[in-house]
Design a protein around this ligand. Structure first.
Ligand SMILES: [Zn+2]
Length: 325
């Protein structure tokens, strides 16, 4: 077997243990036949790091909640940098503004709306000028989009911004899919666009990758369950291979990795408990038609709404956890 990123022949001295779903998210399924040590650590420093930055909080909340001391009633996020923050009613996407300091550093400010954001930025600038002297405030406001969302994660930390989305984030999700594909279908070449996208040779996301609008039940979620699901399917009639990925039951994507598939039908499902990594048996139900694939090119407002709703669901499930444990 060769490393799928650099092509080096894998042997006992250069191969590495790659987690299909990253370890920091609770993934336990691994393979020694995907990546060499060098490429594995390169991914670790780039796209895995981004996944951890954006989703590590969920792992931390859920695991922490289960080992929580009796009597506590506050949900705490412990971010990967060790910061602690409260959550609750905070998952509303908000605009973000950067302040460029004369030192070259950047400060992120998040506000309910543009007016509040500008007010906060001016206040912050005045404070900072006491330290750095006068500087010009160049405003760049970034609005939450279906590609990238920002959320405030704390009432105590002014710079507590959480993000979802962006290129490296999608590459991280695509790597989970590629890893799974290669483990389950080792004799078949992976779709080239997927491989190139994960390895950074394709800049734009040219295959179709979308947040899944859930208007029907994809699987049954047990009470208090937090899990990950990968469902890979090739359909002869649909002429497509697609993969559904669900992380912590709130990040939900469908990725069309081949829209001109001529092979036989196949299905591969993997699911695990995101707290202890135990494998779960899941029955997954996805209804996908050709017109869905064509529509996926147009990211609609409804996708964005679905994502917001999904985060609110997560928040509610976390609140519920406090009373069940
Ligand atoms: Zn390599």
């Amino acid at each position: 077997m060769n490393c799928y990123k650099c092509g080096t022949l894998l042997n006992s001295s250069n191969r590495s243990k790659e987690h299909i779903i990253p370890n920091f998210l609770g993934g336990r399924l691994t393979s020694n036949y995907l990546l060499c040590q060098k490429c594995n650590s390169e991914f670790g420093e780039t796209i895995d790091k981004e996944l951890n930055r954006q989703l590590g909080f969920a792992a931390n909340i859920i695991v922490q909640e289960r080992h929580r001391e009796e009597g506590e009633r506050v949900v705490l996020i412990q971010t990967t940098s060790g910061k602690k923050a409260k959550v609750g009613k905070k998952f509303m996407p908000k605009p973000k503004l950067y302040i460029n300091l004369p030192t070259g550093e950047q400060i992120e400010i998040i506000g309910k709306n543009e007016v509040e954001l500008k007010k906060l930025a001016l206040k912050k600038k005045n404070e900072l000028e006491k330290r750095f002297g006068e500087f010009k405030l160049t405003e760049f406001i970034e609005y939450p989009t279906s590609e990238k969302f920002h959320f405030e994660n704390s009432t105590d930390l002014p710079a507590g911004v959480m993000e979802f989305g962006g290129k490296d984030y999608f590459r991280g999700i695509a790597k989970i899919i590629l890893n799974f594909y290669l483990v389950k279908r080792p004799a078949v070449k992976p779709p080239p666009m997927l491989l190139d996208y994960v390895c950074g040779r394709l800049d734009r996301n040219q295959f179709l990758f979308i947040y899944h609008p859930v208007h029907y039940q994809i699987h049954e979620l047990a009470n208090g369950e937090f899990s990950h699901i990968i469902y890979l399917r090739g359909e002869k009639e649909l002429q497509a291979i697609y993969c559904y990925v669900e992380l912590f039951n709130f990040e939900k994507f469908i990725c069309i990795i081949d829209d001109d598939y001529r092979g036989e039908d196949f299905t591969e499902t993997y699911s695990c408990n995101s707290v202890n990594g135990d494998e779960l048996q899941k029955k997954v139900n996805i209804e996908l038609y050709r017109h869905h694939i064509e529509d996926m090119q147009y990211v609609s407002l409804s996708h964005r709404k679905q994502r917001e709703r999904s985060l609110h669901d997560l928040e509610k499930r976390i609140e519920r956890l406090q009373f069940t444990f």
